[in-house]
Design a protein around this ligand. Structure first.
Ligand code: F6P
Length: 470
């Protein structure tokens, strides 16, 4: 059973009718396909809406089956969303874990709300998990859940995977709740991170906080004698779905139409991100603007498309980022566009899978420039659609994906000259070199796909529950 903040589908209530639409986010797209074939997928999570009508003490709304997955929605009211999701998850933990790119805020009320919501998720999971089964908890919104589930159901085996970076000890210890948040994760039998650095940071922290009596390469031994395995499991995508979809006639036709609508530019640059300050959307826009101003790229030949999916719009930092990005887009178009021919095409809406595929296929150069990113699945999705081994990826060194996609043009997003040079290098790269690099990236994406990732995590779970040692 999976426990994640978001269910793979979002509930839309329109009067008497309820529909479920796919949820945003990498977690969902990585997990849904790989888990679906391991039997009936069961998922405890938030339906993405506000539930004000639930009787106090209710931990689950009615279960529902959508596309073969059994969903167990955990009711969340408006105040809980404000404290748990907007507050502690995305106003404290998210910025802290991403190198404090935006300053994290520490509020006791946020933490209290976070603890209450985590307790509800844990009770929901404990209510529906089959005896002796595996409960796999996901991500920073639910760090207390493994410990809480262990208290409630010692018969279960508990896995925890963090999809975002785990920060160095010096940053983490700023949290007033560092002890309980670490102990919460240590309720697991197996803890997974995107990179070996994340795993090492966590092991060091657990020892420094006195929560692990002993630790070696990948095992922590707690005071109680219980063991917790800690390892990197870099997440993948359902690469076959992207590869096959990209080859379809519909996508081929849509790609041709798209390039025509863009005015048949010589080169299309593309960015696809949630509108998040970690993603470095502003950096690549600034780099593009300077390249046009320097005359190293020409507006008649190069067009940029930036898709910025709406995200976390109740959090101040996201509201101000939107202003900055939109200001930059309009400056570039004002300075370098012509009537009917903007140089940056900006879309602030989420895209269907099919339109994403045609965007990836239309792009000669994909720009993925986060300041810090757990993995970045967009980079892998782009590579998976390049079945003809064309197209180049400019990728931040600080994305987890850089560990697997070493043949990309790697950049430090804090070095604007470096980003400019990387874009020009990718634009001008000789076709043979592009082919060689893309072939090697495609091998990596295919080999480490979402199914392999889920299998390797689940195969590393202990065969049976450890005795109740705490
Ligand atoms: O990968 C990090 C993550 O927060 C996931 O947990 C989530 O599915 C995705 O990004 C989208 O974020 P949100 O659920 O806040 O829209």
């Amino acid at each position: 059973m999976l426990v994640a903040n978001r269910l793979p589908f979002r509930r839309i209530d329109a009067g008497t009718e309820t529909t479920w639409i796919p949820s945003p986010g990498g977690l969902v797209s990585a997990l849904a396909p790989s888990m679906a074939d391991t039997g009936r997928l069961a998922w405890v999570g938030w339906a993405g809406d506000i539930d004000e009508g639930t009787t106090p003490g209710t931990v689950l709304s009615a279960e529902v089956v959508v596309d073969g997955a059994t969903l167990y929605p955990v009711p969340i009211d408006a105040e809980e969303k404000r404290l748990h999701y907007d507050g502690m998850s995305n106003g404290t933990l998210w910025p802290l874990y991403h190198d404090k790119i935006s300053p994290p805020e520490f509020h006791r009320r946020w933490y209290d709300g976070y603890r209450r919501v985590n307790q509800r998720f844990a009770e929901a999971a404990a209510t529906v998990a089959a005896p002796d089964s595996i409960v796999w908890v996901h991500d920073y919104q639910l760090q207390l859940v493994p410990g809480m589930v262990r208290e409630l159901r010692p018969d279960l085996r508990i896995g925890y995977f963090l999809h975002i970076p785990f920060p160095p000890e010096e940053l983490f210890v700023q949290l007033p709740w560092r002890q309980t948040l670490t102990a919460g994760i240590l309720g697991s039998d197996l803890v997974g991170f995107q990179t070996p650095d994340g795993a090492a940071n966590f092991s060091r922290l657990a020892a420094a906080l006195g929560l692990a009596a002993r630790h070696n390469k990948s095992t922590l031994e707690l005071e109680s004698g219980r063991r917790v395995q800690v390892r990197a499991f870099p997440i993948g995508i359902d690469s076959e779905r992207y590869d096959e979809g990209a080859r379809s006639h519909q996508v081929t036709d849509a790609t041709r139409d798209l390039r025509a609508r863009l005015g048949q530019p010589h080169i299309v640059l593309l960015g696809v991100d949630r509108l998040d300050y970690t993603k470095g959307i502003d950096v690549r826009l600034r780099a593009f603007k300077e390249l046009l101003a320097d005359g190293r790229l020409h507006p008649s030949q190069v067009t940029m498309v930036q898709v910025a999916e709406p995200s976390r719009d109740a959090v101040d930092a996201y509201v101000s980022l939107r202003g900055q990005v939109e200001q930059l887009v309009s400056e570039i178009n004002g300075d370098f566009g012509r009537v009917g021919f903007p140089v940056v095409h900006y879309v602030h809406r989420s895209q269907s899978h099919e339109s994403l595929l045609s965007l990836y296929r239309a792009a000669d150069v994909m720009l993925v420039t986060p300041f810090r990113d757990g993995m970045n699945l967009v980079a892998k999705e782009y590579v998976a659609t390049r079945y003809d081994e064309t197209g180049m990826l400019v990728l931040s060194e600080f994305a987890g994906a850089a560990h697997q996609l070493k043949s990309a043009v790697l950049v430090n997003p804090y070095d604007i000259e470096g980003v400019k040079n990387a874009i020009v290098e990718a634009v001008e790269m000789a076709p043979d070199e592009v082919r060689r690099r893309m072939r090697s990236m495609r091998r990596a994406v295919k080999k480490n796909d979402a199914a392999a990732w889920a299998r390797s995590f689940l195969d590393s779970m202990p065969a049976q529950a450890q005795p109740a040692l705490g």
